[in-house]
Write a protein that binds this ligand. Structure first.
Ligand SMILES: O=C(O)CCC(=O)C(=O)O
Ligand SMILES: [Fe+2]
Length: 311
């Protein structure tokens, strides 16, 4: 089935199959700021990932503040806890391709008389599981890119040239159980990624759609869009969700992967996962150790090939 023309779709957030055409999904994100993907991860992998982080969730401390209700339990540092989550969610090919499209930075610089291009690739921002317990109140609606001090001007619609550096991060939420409005499905304002920071009124909750997902379904979102965990008004359901964020290679990670994931755990992953965690350079020269690629520090067996190179 060929996808409908994006401009002819009704407003709101669309639901696409896991094998949807990448360009189509990117167009939906540019229009709406978010998209649901049916069955992105198998139920079996979701259950396995849950098993790998359950103990950490159960032992989480209560949050002291309003960002999370006290009923929400988290498991941060998820790459160190759950190889299944890492390989099936963080490294998911569709999510990775979306992040590459929105978050790769290409710039030209004079280098003496040469004009050099530098390409900084995206890397992991944060990896957390979240379980909202019965009675948990909705989070304040927020933009996750406030973390990176990303200030937006209001635009009518996405423009590829003007907006190529507009986004600083993109998120992947995967349902760890059946997610409903009643058990705290993420609230999201379609199109709010286009809003300016100078709006005089706060985000209006009545504009929200709520994530309604089966286990293994995903919600992919630009970090500039207003959203928040919903109220869990059930008596007995725990809303389980995995949240992954990826950011631009030269911005500071929300969750420090070098300290959040013990090096002995990190070393068990393939090199491409280590590079995505930040054991790689953001070109031209962010993240060096001994003025070289940090991969040699985590995988010293590669050191024989190490040499100094121009930035
Ligand atoms: O729990 C959710 O649905 C969203 C969580 C969230 O937005 C956050 O922690 O920043
Ligand atoms: Fe958020």
């Amino acid at each position: 089935m060929s996808p409908a023309r994006v401009s002819e779709l009704p407003p709101g957030v669309q639901k696409v199959p896991a094998d949807a055409d990448l360009d189509y999904v990117i167009k939906l994100l540019k229009r709406d700021g978010g998209v649901f993907v049916k069955g992105l991860v198998s139920e079996e992998d979701v259950d396995k990932a849950y098993g790998e982080c359950k103990e950490r969730l159960e032992n989480d401390m209560e949050w002291d503040g309003t960002f999370f209700p006290k009923e929400t339990q988290r498991a941060p540092g998820l790459i160190g806890l759950s190889p299944t989550y890492t390989m099936t969610q963080v490294m998911n090919p569709l999510y990775k391709a979306i992040c590459d499209s929105f978050l790769t930075t290409r710039s030209w610089f004079w280098w003496g008389e040469e004009r050099k291009e530098s390409v900084s690739k995206p890397y992991i921002h944060s990896c957390t599981a979240m379980r909202i317990g019965p009675g948990g109140k909705a989070q304040p609606l927020h933009r996750d890119d406030y973390i990176g001090h990303n200030i937006h001007t209001e635009v009518e619609e996405w423009d590829d040239e003007r907006d190529k550096n507009r986004e600083t991060a993109a998120g992947l939420f995967v349902a760890g159980c059946k997610v409903t409005k009643e058990n705290g499905g993420t609230a999201f304002i379609p199109g709010s990624h286009l809003w300016g920071n100078d709006r005089k009124t706060p985000p209006d909750p009545s504009l929200c759609v709520h994530a309604e997902m089966d286990k293994g379904d995903a919600f992919i979102m630009l970090a500039s869009a207003f959203h928040g965990g919903g109220t869990n008004s059930t008596q007995d359901q725990k809303r389980m969700m995995f949240a992954t964020f990826v950011t631009r290679g030269y911005l500071r990670q929300e969750e420090n992967q070098f300290l959040a994931v013990p090096p002995e755990k990190a070393r068990q992953y393939p090199r491409e996962v280590l590079e995505y965690m930040g054991y790689s350079l953001s070109d031209p020269a962010c993240g060096t150790v001994e003025q070289m690629d940090p991969i040699y520090s985590i995988l010293p067996e590669l050191k024989a090939e190490a040499k100094y190179k121009d930035f």
